[in-house]
Ligand binder design. Structure first.
Ligand SMILES: NC(=O)c1ccc[n+]([C@@H]2O[C@H](COP(=O)([O-])OP(=O)(O)OC[C@H]3O[C@@H](n4cnc5c(N)ncnc54)[C@H](OP(=O)(O)O)[C@@H]3O)[C@@H](O)[C@H]2O)c1
Length: 335
């Protein structure tokens, strides 16, 4: 391929005609303006990318567009004094892959403020085995710990447990010594969840029993919720006195059918988690943990590596909740 060209997954279309996706050859001059040109080695597939790739206007307003909220690679060119050619960097969140062409491409060009130097103690590949989903799971665990949830106080519930955020959350909590209950719709993945560290597994029906009631028997000292809706509502209703519920996703629903009683009678805290606009200092702190004391040695078991050509069918699988764990995309030129 010519030096000025690169390959990218391009989504084209509109809400009337529908959307198509194909790997295309583009010119580097097609990339948006920015301070740092990154040769992407690895990206990863997140739920938000699946929404962007199917025309969800809450994520992406303008097409043609290249999704991919994650990119890890090497600086190819830089106008920013903080980054030198050849440095290994990661870029995640902000507007990447939303309305700025993203990481499902051999190159991204981004503002310097979006770029992080890869921490020591972790490879570029491992950063994308975690990706935005793993980073978000770490943010949830970090907030639980910050708010005083400790392993001796009781069980943690993780919903959407076989998904990207859910599986990394289970692994991180297990490493920290917590007893974990996982909610999953996949009967075939109970052994996988047990290997990750779940001691109790609930199906979605069990996780939403008695939807009409205001409070349920106190079970969870902490919650990592990735799905929203009735499952999150039930989790909050079953959270113990002073417990903490982190809410980061809406894979099931954006609604939250609930009364105020868990908050005013049990002192439950509901904590929102956002990774996209997370300030740089906090990002760096989380990555230091993920590459140091919280480093996971089982990332191979929770991740699958695919090519750029395999991304489009994988998006369909993800939207039907048929993927497991994390999906890494290998974009290296000489693999
Ligand atoms: N706040 C943030 O910054 C942030 C960052 C990353 C992700 N997110 C959000 O977190 C959520 C999970 O992301 P992800 O990357 O982990 O996605 P994912 O890998 O697709 O996992 C989502 C999981 O949710 C469960 N699920 C899917 N549809 C469901 C339904 N209708 N009812 C109940 N459970 C359902 C499935 O797990 P089981 O089959 O095991 O039940 C699925 O594997 C998404 O909503 C995403 O947008 C937010």
């Amino acid at each position: 391929m010519s030096k000025n060209k690169y390959r990218a997954l391009v989504v084209r279309g509109d809400s009337e005609q529908g959307f198509t996706r194909a790997v295309e050859e583009l010119f580097l001059t097609d990339l948006p303006p920015g301070d740092v040109l990154i040769r992407v080695h690895f990206s990863s597939l997140n739920y938000k990318d699946a929404l962007s790739a199917t025309g969800n206007r809450g994520v992406t307003r303008k097409y043609p567009h290249t999704p991919g909220v994650d990119a890890a690679g090497v600086v190819e060119d830089s106008n920013a004094h903080q980054f030198n050619v050849g440095e290994e960097v990661i870029c995640m969140g902000f507007d990447l892959g939303m309305n700025t062409d993203g990481g499902f491409a051999e190159f991204v060009r981004v503002p310097a403020e979006w770029v992080l130097r890869k921490p020591d103690g972790i490879t570029l590949y491992e950063t994308m085995q975690l990706g935005t989903a793993g980073f978000t799971a770490a943010q949830c665990v970090d907030r639980l710990l910050e708010l005083g949830v400790t392993p001796d106080k009781g069980h943690i519930l993780v919903t959407g447990a076989t998904g990207g955020v859910g599986s990394i959350a289970v692994a991180l909590l297990s490493k920290a010594g917590f007893e974990i209950a996982g909610v999953t719709g996949k009967e075939s993945e109970h052994v996988f969840l047990q290997q990750l560290g779940c001691t109790t597994i609930l199906n979605r029906k069990q996780a939403t029993a008695r939807p009409g009631v205001a409070l349920l028997r106190e079970r969870w000292t902490g919650v990592v919720d990735t799905v929203g809706g009735e499952i999150l509502a039930s989790a909050i209703k079953a959270t113990r006195y002073d417990g903490v519920v982190t809410c980061c996703g809406n894979a099931a629903s954006g609604d939250l059918p609930l009364t105020v009683y868990p908050f005013i009678l049990r002192g439950v805290s509901l904590v929102g988690i956002d990774s996209a606009s997370c300030p740089i200092a906090r990002r760096e702190a989380i990555w230091q943990r993920l590459s140091g004391p919280w480093k996971l040695d089982m990332l191979e078991e929770v991740s699958t590596c695919i090519t750029l050509e395999q991304v489009s069918p994988m998006i369909d699988e993800m939207l039907q909740a048929r993927t497991r764990g994390r999906i890494v995309i290998d974009l290296r030129p000489d693999k």
